[in-house]
Ligand binder design. Structure first.
Ligand code: IMP
Ligand code: MG
Length: 180
């Protein structure tokens, strides 16, 4: 396949991701029954995870999305989180479950969590990937599918320069992709 040619190695396979969605979906079905939570995806990276995960949850829920940006086309976080698109529904008193593709420094989620809590929501976090070694602020996900080493990854929503989000797995890019 064309895109595979840019990948050095696969870190999390398509099957592993789908199995993790099933497992987490079953857990959330249990934890959120009778709660009608709002699953809040952080765009754009969380889109594939959100789509697969909600199909595995057998309980009433709503979904919404927020766009934030902390990367500016490279592989290092800029340290500044910017709100690009907010949600307009009131969240006071709601059970929110943030759906994230990856937690690295933790800055993005700390920013969102504090903002939503100020608005009166109760907030939990589900992430597909966690890179705990990249953390610069204190943030702990409530649900994590995979813990990975401190490597820059792409695929299944994660991008390099807005590309590679459509890979069905999570992998590491070949060095030459960055240098070309
Ligand atoms: P944080 O604010 O540093 O925790 O970064 C969170 C955001 O940075 C994620 O939602 C991703 O969009 C992006 N990010 C962090 N690590 C990676 C990576 O390895 N590949 C692609 N995007 C990443
Ligand atoms: Mg993201």
């Amino acid at each position: 396949m064309e895109l595979d040619k840019s990948i050095e190695k696969v870190l999390v396979s398509e099957t592993e991701i789908q199995d993790a969605c099933k497992k987490l979906g079953a857990q959330l079905t249990e934890d959120y029954k009778d709660k009608d939570p709002l699953l809040l995806g952080i765009l754009r990276g969380s889109a594939p995870f959100m789509a697969d995960l909600i199909k595995r949850i057998d309980a009433h829920l709503e979904i919404d999305f927020m766009t934030l940006s902390s990367y500016h086309g490279g592989t290092k976080s800029s340290g500044e989180v910017k709100m690009i698109m907010d949600i307009d529904a009131p969240v006071n008193g709601r059970d929110i479950l943030i759906i994230e593709d990856i937690i690295d420094t933790g800055r993005t989620l700390k920013y969102v969590r504090e903002m939503l809590e100020l608005r009166g929501a109760s907030v939990k976090i589900a992430t597909l990937l966690d890179k705990p070694s990249g953390r610069v602020v204190e943030i702990k996900p409530d649900y994590t599918c995979f813990t990975i080493p401190n490597e820059f990854v792409v695929g299944y929503g994660l991008d390099y320069d807005n590309h590679y989000r459509n890979l069905p797995y999570v992998g590491v890019l070949k060095e030459e992709v960055y240098t070309n």
